[in-house]
Write a protein that binds this ligand. Structure first.
Ligand code: FES
Length: 139
């Protein structure tokens, strides 16, 4: 099973929340990459990271300090989600205003599509994202 970057919609718990048992099990096998501290991400905003040759990843921090990671591409026409407006646990795409759920990457309302999500966890104040298995195997 691959619980890291997904080619389809998938739910990851926000960093700081209790993980379901199956996700927790997967996390024990994951390789985690430290991408900075919570303070490095603006509240109700995002920062981006690119690891090796992978797609750019947007790391979101919500108003209640949950952290989510998604590929930085809207499922509509690849708008940069990191530049969108975060409200609740969703982000509004800056190009055509689709609303994307941060935990699943799924478009909301009448829109259809999804953005791959990446597992995130917190270790104290540090934010770590799961390294995709394919990249781990190649390392
Ligand atoms: S590219 Fe995001 S809504 Fe169109």
């Amino acid at each position: 099973m691959d619980f890291q970057v997904r080619d389809e919609c998938g739910r990851h718990e926000a960093a700081g929340q209790a993980a379901p048992a199956d996700v927790e099990y997967a996390h024990r096998d994951a390789h985690w990459i430290d991408i900075g501290t919570l303070a490095d991400i603006p509240r109700r905003g995002a920062r981006t990271v690119r690891i090796a040759r992978e797609k750019e990843i947007a790391i979101f921090r919500t108003g209640d300090d949950h952290v989510f990671a998604l590929v930085n591409e809207c499922p509509h026409k690849k708008g940069p989600l990191s530049q969108g407006i975060v409200h609740g646990h969703s982000v509004a795409c800056p190009l055509h205003n689709w609303t994307i759920a941060l935990d699943t990457g799924e478009a909301q309302g009448a829109d259809h599509g999804c953005t791959p999500t990446i597992a995130v966890r917190r270790d104290g104040d540090r934010i770590l994202i799961a390294q995709p298995r394919a990249r781990k195997a190649a390392a």
